[in-house]
Design a protein around this ligand. Sequence first.
Ligand SMILES: [Zn+2]
Length: 123
Amino acid sequence: MGLCYCRDCQHSTGTSHAPVIAVLSETLDFTGTVRWYDGQSACGNKVQRGFCVECGTPLIGRLEKNPGANAILAGTLDNPSLFQPAFAMWTASAPSWVTIDHNLPSFQEQPPETGAMYDSIRR
Ligand SMILES: [Zn+2]
């Protein structure tokens, strides 16, 4: 789980970053209806973003290149304090008014090991 400061996450959340938790599809269960929108990630990959049809809350993202992996937005958890960021990425895109926690491993763009966030949940 980590913090993503890419412009795509800024646009889709309306704030400085997205706190994301990687979850495999087979361990994920939804109640209610999610509306999906296609877009493009900061790396130029196809991304699907899921929003609650009832209230428009951004819930989840999926990258086409990482099938079966989902990025859940931590603010939507029943207990968002369960989220403990392990890294920050795309910090070069962070707006000037945000403070980045430099105690976390930080990457100016995508972490060198592409898909590291998803790879960690497959081990
Ligand atoms: Zn992002």
